[in-house]
Design a protein around this ligand. Structure first.
Ligand SMILES: [Mg+2]
Length: 316
């Protein structure tokens, strides 16, 4: 089964959903309107041993943290404000009570740090690897959510932070475990009409693939420039190690948990280069073409299509 084929099947059912579903499947969060007024945004995500982390080598604190922050990155992608979280844990038989408590405490503390109280959950014990499933609720709180749909031809394509090498250990910092979800940065961008993105996504599957989602949602294509890509220390390290160009890591490694957005070109020119110490970089532009093709101008000037460089399935 290909993950994307299943998702496409789910999206085709969207027109059958009742009107109170205000953001249907296909975005970073869904949303439903409440009878008393207001709207709640929801995301659910899993981290599994052997897929997103390795229980033998990853400290429990970092696993717990990532289970929460991955979801908060989706909240950031909508420019929403977290309200609270619940978790369902499948723990391997033999997992100690002390470790289970440590896991639970760290999830609670991480969530609390982002003003997102962990207020419920469920635990099962089974004979399989650990899976943590986290649901986060959020609200607009005065800032209209930003959808994946909305890119326009001529928009600038921008990213926050630096990309690539998320699995690399750089002096004890491993980005896919230690990243900061861009919640406040997203709210700041979205709340000011001068900097409000036209569409946004968080980078979990790799820039090539996730920017492809923005393009597909608006029936446009995009061209990015390798020379403009902000490369992380992990991306540089990965490039030195395997000899592949750093831009390849930036577009394909995945788990950057940065934001990718498009914005009118004249507004992009006035974007701050940095917000709260996080770089905001224009890396390319939206072009006509309904094929959702993401192309890259290589350092020498040659243009290539970035098909197949993003991840079909998540790595560790
Ligand atoms: Mg996402």
């Amino acid at each position: 089964m290909r993950e994307f084929d299943l998702l496409r099947h789910i999206y085709t059912q969207n027109p059958t959903l009742p009107g109170r579903v205000t953001i249907p499947p296909g975005d970073d969060m869904g949303a439903v309107r409440l009878a008393g007024g207001g709207e709640v945004l929801v995301t659910v995500d899993q981290v599994a041993d052997g897929v997103h982390f390795d229980l033998r080598t990853t400290p429990l604190e970092k696993i717990a943290r990532k289970a929460i922050t991955r979801n908060l990155s989706d909240v950031a992608a909508m420019a929403a404000a977290p309200v609270g979280a619940v978790v369902a844990a499948c723990l391997p038989r033999g997992f100690s009570e002390a470790d289970a408590e440590k896991l639970s405490d760290m999830m609670r503390q991480t969530a609390a740090r982002y003003d997102c109280p962990l207020f419920g959950g469920d635990v099962s014990v089974w004979d399989h690897p650990m899976i943590l499933t986290v649901t986060v609720l959020a609200e607009a709180r005065g800032v209209d959510p930003i959808l994946r749909r909305g890119a326009k031809v001529g928009d600038a394509v921008c990213v926050t932070g630096r990309l690539g090498g998320s699995l690399e250990d750089v002096n004890g910092y491993t980005h896919h475990l230690d990243f900061e979800p861009r919640l406040s940065l997203a709210r700041r961008l979205a709340s000011d009409p001068a900097t409000r993105p036209n569409c946004m996504i968080d980078l979990s599957d790799g820039l090539a693939r996730d920017l492809g989602h923005l393009c597909r949602a608006a029936s446009v294509s995009a061209v990015i420039e390798a020379d403009r890509l902000p490369i992380s220390a992990g991306g540089e390290q990965a490039s030195r190690r395997d000899g592949r160009p750093a831009w390849m890591h930036a577009v394909g490694d995945g788990e950057d948990y940065e934001l990718c957005f498009t914005i009118d070109a004249d507004r992009a020119a006035r974007l701050p280069r940095e917000i709260n110490g996080v770089p905001v970089t224009v890396i390319g532009r939206v072009v006509a073409g309904g094929g959702a093709v993401v192309s890259l101008v290589k350092p020498g000037g040659e243009t290539v299509d970035l098909v197949g460089l993003g991840w079909e399935h998540h790595g560790k």
